[in-house]
Design a protein around this ligand. Structure first.
Ligand code: SF4
Length: 378
């Protein structure tokens, strides 16, 4: 399979691992954050950390769209379904994110809420067409990758005059979250970022320039295959050793500097910046999320229904917040693998296969954990 098998070749991976081990300075630590949940999954699935020397430390970031959704936003969706009687449509993983009162959208469905799993916002649009007497709300989540399809659905709904379709918009922005991670007082120490893959196909590589220029943190955009990630790690180590901080692009087969201009224009037509938005783990981050523009207000569920977002703390035993900030590793949560498993998630990081806890539970929990903890601070 061209562009897949080529990037999973074990012989090449072992040689690349040996080159990284030979090239990394033994007298320093390299703390590299992979921002994207797809990278977190790939790192666990292919055992990439096992091929790296101990001084190269991979730190998971808040790049899983399901993980960063705070409890209060799920509560909002549940209230829409239970109290306002809407048909609530969303992606599969979102259904299992823990909410208040031991509920989730799936458990709300068990209490009679009309909650439906869809594969795309256009599926939700079809539900609205098929149920003209019912209100249909699409719970939209995700980073810059999933926003353009949502914009298409909203424009299509307007073109068709679908008055029973609206959006509970939770689309968030990657660079804003990276800024929040770097700006957090006493935050985790980082030497560079493995830049996201799919997100970068949309926004391009240019938006990462401030991290290199202003923060002195190199960024290497990487594809999702194991050799992509390993090559990006090698490129980051080289930059750090050379004293450089630049944006480099390992994923040239899909990412350009300017990104997908058509998708960007579509998103800009339908959405505008929110002043601030609550993230799980990062708190309220300014200019980090999108809402519908006034011209599309008729499709905004938050404007049509009285369901304000109320901040709600995570389960008291859950360490998701620290994991999403890169401060802790999954196995440092005392309920990891016991009270909290992928079948019975207590926190959001155990829900999606891209979540750090679920990835570690599936692929890494039987490995001997010899590395020190991720709590080193600046
Ligand atoms: S193990 Fe569960 S509760 Fe603990 S941090 Fe991970 S997801 Fe949250």
């Amino acid at each position: 399979m061209k562009y897949v098998d080529d990037f999973r070749d074990g012989t090449v991976a072992r040689a690349l691992g040996a080159a990284i081990r030979a090239g990394a300075r033994p007298d320093r630590e390299y703390r590299l954050m992979e921002f994207c949940g797809g990278h977190t999954h790939a790192i666990s699935r292919y055992g990439i950390a096992d091929l790296l020397p101990p001084q190269v430390r991979l730190v998971h970031g808040p790049g899983c769209p399901v993980c960063v959704l705070p409890v209060g936003r799920i509560d909002q969706a549940i209230r829409l379904a239970l109290e306002h009687g809407v048909i609530l449509c969303t992606y599969g993983d979102t259904l299992r994110v823990p909410a208040s009162g031991r509920l989730s959208l799936l458990r709300a469905k068990g209490r009679g809420a009309d909650v439906r799993m869809v594969y795309s916002p256009l599926d939700a649009l079809q539900v609205a067409r098929a149920n003209p007497a019912r209100e249909v709300v699409f719970l939209a989540i995700g980073f810059e990758t999933t926003t353009p399809p949502t914009a298409v659905a909203v424009k299509q709904a307007r073109a068709e005059g679908l008055g029973n379709f609206s959006l509970l918009c939770n689309h968030v922005l990657t660079p804003a979250a990276m800024h929040a991670i770097l700006a957090a007082p006493g935050g985790v120490r980082l030497d560079g970022f493995v830049g996201p893959a799919h997100v970068s196909t949309v926004i391009g590589s240019a938006p990462y320039e401030p991290f290199a220029r202003d923060h002195g943190k190199p960024v290497v955009i990487a594809g999702f295959e194991p050799l992509d990630v390993m090559r990006a790690i090698q490129m980051l180590i080289r930059q750090i050793d050379d004293g450089r901080a630049e944006v480099e692009n390992e994923f040239t087969r899909a990412v350009t500097a300017e990104g997908n201009r058509k998708a960007q224009a579509l998103v800009a037509e339908v959405f505008e910046l929110r002043d601030a938005f609550e993230w799980r783990g990062l708190g309220t981050v300014p200019a980090s999320a999108l809402r519908l523009r006034p011209a599309f207000a008729g499709f905004d569920a938050e404007a049509r229904f009285a369901v304000p977002a109320v901040p709600v703390p995570d389960h008291r035993a859950c360490e998701c917040a620290a994991i999403l900030r890169g401060e802790k590793r999954p196995q440092e949560c005392r309920i990891f693998g016991t009270a909290c498993t992928p079948d019975n998630p207590v926190g959001s990081c155990m829900v999606s296969s891209e979540g750090a806890c679920a990835a570690h539970y599936t692929y890494g929990r039987f490995r001997v954990e010899a590395a020190p903890t991720e709590t080193t601070r600046t």
